[in-house]
Write a protein that binds this ligand. Structure first.
Ligand code: NAD
Length: 491
């Protein structure tokens, strides 16, 4: 576990010498003291990234060359998969197999964007057909410049990969700040980049508080682009700060995503995906399908199976084999989730299963997997993100009613629909106002496919070729080719 920041290709102690405790949420033990970066460290990191962009080889290098570094980083992650997964579990609390999944996906993300970096060489420009034959025009893609990435704690290394890989593929340089609750694997990414001989300053990693180090990145005039994943309120503040000097900004924010289950669905399949949609990663998932709408014909049978299976979920330290639900990431998060359940009760919701801290744990920030029913439509439990293993379930009669309930939200990140009738599922998918719609499943995420939200769930798309576009500017180059003079002033 590292005690230094990664700036300009070097490991450096925070200039103010601060540290912060890193707590294992399963045991409440302080396992390490991480380096607490401040605005002064951010200044060095942005300067290094600026130098690497303005004077270094990185943005001018052919994409094929950059791809080699990206592949080396992907391979470096894969070589250390078990170790990184264990760090992720200690830091975040998630079950080890889920952490292994994340780390493998992070490695795959670097491979994917290596391919796209090569693609930039194959299609370096696009000819534009102009109606006016006196000119020929083309469009070229260029890197945006220095990007600052600020990420949350729920998928620590994976969220870093979603931003670092496309930014570097595009030719940008970057300053990355992980969430203060989960800094361990981001710092290891620095070591992996260093081992891959990434030129100095191309990737800089500063750990520290959002309000200090994060804010300094957001406010820095030499940063060209802000890429943020996290909560809506912080996203809004970042967008306002970006407006000051017209920084490019992409935001991936929260959600309260619906899952519509029609009564022709297989009940076990529906229960399986509904559970996966809210209980994997302890429900600390921006796209969690936390509002479940079940058609009345199967509602009672569905609920019986959901309650039966939810009670069987093995809760515990993510490092223990067979555990399917780890602790919340922090005491604060646990208390927020417990408070949200209490508020739901006060507002009239019924706690059908779960609802508190599980019995038999002396330590750890655990919350039981919880199913709420009779949740009033105007209550916070129905409308606001809980970011924990808490699902609201409600019956509906008609397709129109389900779509209207699903879309009645200020969020629009994801949605899911289950039905054996493909035409109906397609119709509903088209009607749902969300950036990601799953049919007959919930949550599978693919590096190749666009990811991002409608409405207050964010701006822009990550992953796939859309993720690369986030870090590219489009330049028009137009040439005057006429034999005739322009003849405006000089006749
Ligand atoms: P958060 O917004 O508090 O923190 C996210 C990051 O922002 C952290 O790195 C934090 O240090 C930093 N930050 C905080 N204040 C800042 C400031 N003033 N200036 C700059 N940076 C600042 O959110 P969180 O608690 O880490 O994550 C949970 C939230 O993130 C949930 O609401 C969830 O829905 C959302 N989320 C969204 C996605 C997505 O893809 N859309 C993914 C994961 C999490």
């Amino acid at each position: 576990m590292r005690t230094e920041l990664y700036i300009d290709g070097q490991w450096t102690r925070p200039l103010k010498g601060g540290t912060f405790p890193i707590v294992n949420p399963a045991t409440e033990e302080v396992v390490h003291h991480g380096p607490l970066g401040t605005a002064e460290d951010v200044e060095l990191a942005v300067r290094a990234a600026r130098r690497a962009f303005d004077q270094g080889p990185w943005p001018k290098m052919p994409g094929t060359e950059r791809a080699k570094y990206l592949r080396a980083i992907g391979a470096g992650i894969r070589d250390r998969l078990q170790e990184l997964a264990r760090l992720e579990t200690i830091d975040n609390g998630k079950p080890l197999p889920e952490a292994e999944w994340d780390i493998a996906d992070a490695a795959g993300c670097f491979d994917f964007y290596a391919d796209l970096a090569e693609g930039l060489d194959k299609k370096p420009e696009e000819a534009i057909t102009l109606a006016d034959g006196r000119f020929v025009s083309k469009a070229v893609k260029e890197p945006v410049g220095v990007a600052a990435a600020i990420i949350p704690w729920n998928f620590p290394l994976l969220m870093a990969a979603w931003k670092v890989a496309p930014a570097l593929a595009a030719g940008c340089t970057m300053v990355l700040k992980p969430a203060e609750l989960t800094s361990l694997t981001a710092l290891e990414l620095g070591a992996i980049a260093q081992a891959a001989d990434l030129p100095p300053g191309v990737l800089n990693i500063v750990t520290g508080a959002g309000s200090v180090a994060g804010q300094a990145m957001v406010d820095h005039p030499d940063v060209d682009k802000l890429a943020f994943t996290g909560s809506g309120p912080v996203g809004s503040r970042i967008m306002q700060a970006a407006a000051r000097d017209i920084k490019r900004v992409s935001l991936e924010l929260g959600g309260k995503s619906p899952f519509i289950v029609f009564d022709d669905s297989d009940i076990d399949a529906a229960v399986e995906w509904v559970m996966f949609g809210i209980f994997w990663n302890q429900g600390e998932v921006c796209s969690a399908t936390s509002r479940v709408l079940v058609q009345e014909g199967i509602y009672d049978r569905f609920m019986d199976r959901l309650v039966e299976e939810t009670k069987k979920i093995k809760i515990g330290d993510g490092q223990e084999p067979g555990v399917l639900l780890g602790p919340m990431v922090s005491e604060k998060q646990m208390n927020q989730v417990l408070a949200a359940i209490e508020n739901a009760r006060t507002d009239g919701a019924k706690v059908t299963v779960g609802g508190g801290r599980p019995a038999g744990f002396n330590k750890g920030y655990y919350v039981e997997p919880t199913v709420l029913t009779d949740v009033p439509l105007d209550s916070d439990a129905w409308k606001e993100e809980i970011f924990g293993p808490v699902v609201c379930v409600r019956a509906f009669k008609s397709e129109d009613e389900a779509v209207a309930l699903a879309n009645d939200s200020r969020f629009g990140l994801a949605a899911a629909v289950m039905s054996k009738d493909d035409a109906r599922a397609d119709r509903v998918a088209a009607a749902l106002r969300a950036g990601i719609v799953w049919i007959n499943c919930s949550q599978p995420t693919f590096t190749e496919a666009p990811w991002g939200g409608y409405k207050q769930s964010g701006i822009g798309r990550e992953l796939g070729r859309w993720g690369l576009e986030n870090y590219l500017e489009t330049k028009q180059i137009t040439r005057f080719v006429s034999e005739e003079p322009w003849g405006w002033y000089i006749k």
